[in-house]
Write a protein of this length. Sequence first.
Length: 89
Amino acid sequence: MYSGDVERSVRLNVTLDAEHAAKLERLARRTYAQEGSLARSLLSRAIDEADPDASDMTELLDSIPGAFEAAERGRQQADRGEVIPLDLL
């Protein structure tokens, strides 16, 4: 059971296209940081600065190339049972 008083962390796997992965690698090298740590920090900052207005979020999600298709593929894979149960991760 989740309590609002307890800090909770969530693990996400993010795949970057080649251009963004190369940029992250360059930034990490210049800042002497691990790529994962830098990516976590950048994502946290972007989330903090994001406008929670639903129409803005829809616009943001619609701007991600292939996002809808990837979500649809994931749903189809789940429907076919091609998933790993969360308790096995």
